[in-house]
Unconditional design. Sequence first.
Length: 145
Amino acid sequence: MKLKSPQFGNNEMIPKKYTCLGEDINPPLHLEGVPQGTKSFVLIVDDPDAPKGTWVHWVVYDIPVISQIQENSVPGQQGANDFGRRNYGGPCPPSGTHRYFFKVYALDVQLNLPEGQTKSQIEKAMEGHTIAKDELIGLFTKAAR
């Protein structure tokens, strides 16, 4: 399985539109080579370079088996992010260039959990159900206006 975006490549800069300096909306994502037996996807977007440890920007689960996640969309149930919200929070590093990991997991089940789950709750629920995983790393710095 492969996760791509038509807006940026792996280890390339995320366009300003998808950050706190722009429209702060999620970028479009494409899924290729979805494995047989996939019942749902989980998408986690986080920043391991945040000053106080990994910062969660977006958690979405029970995403149906699709080949695209549209720009500015809600493709499934949204979990809680570290901004204290249940939506996409775009890159907004306090300093320097940060890496943003867009991680997709193909699961052999629907999680069927209430909306608002945390990243750790979702990861625990996914245990033993991940068929495939891929990630796309985007970069952003506020200096790259």
